[in-house]
Design a protein around this ligand. Sequence first.
Ligand code: GSH
Length: 207
Amino acid sequence: MAEPFFTIWGRLNSHNVKKIVWFAEELGLAWQRHDIGGAFGYTDEYLAKNPNRLVPMIEDGKVCLWESNAILRYMAAEYGGEAWFPSDPIDRALADRWMDWQITFADAQRLPFLSMARVPQAEWDMPAIERDMASCARQLAILDRHLAQTPWLSGSRFGVGDIPMGVYAYTWFSLPFAKPDFPALADWYERIKTRPGFSSYVMIPLT
Ligand SMILES: N[C@@H](CCC(=O)N[C@@H](CS)C(=O)NCC(=O)O)C(=O)O
């Protein structure tokens, strides 16, 4: 077993930390993770490196980096090669856009997720939850139409562009609120679920 050289900082119940752990598995990196953030709090040493008071952050002996999607792009470029980070700018950008698209989607899904995971059911604000579920559904209808035309968000094969929305799709399919059917999205998600790094590190209790 290779000595871990790729250090991930962050609690695993964070969507943004899950992205990094899952992708480290996909790339076969020798990685280790330290709990920090949320209920674990922060150390002065961590905050000196990441003043945002957020997770994740990575260190690999070459760079210390925060912002999860920037970390994914770095990992794909540095450790993935052509298969994970196409040199063709158009191929790369067509996958890349879904990584930034996830940021807008995450805003819409935040309240339904936090309600399910951290708020007693008696205190759920159902009108606000239904409003945000409808916003999620409007966005996912776009994703569904795209996935009806191409097998992966990264194009013809699974790639880094699939990672961010893969993590958020797990939450979406776990939400106990009414939602429309999205056949192409559901088919993509079934294929995502077969990836060992996803089932081990993303499909954990949502807290
Ligand atoms: N844009 C940042 C967002 C990071 C972020 O919001 N992380 C959340 C967890 S998903 C966080 O650190 N919350 C505060 C905490 O855990 O202490 C990224 O993608 O890395």
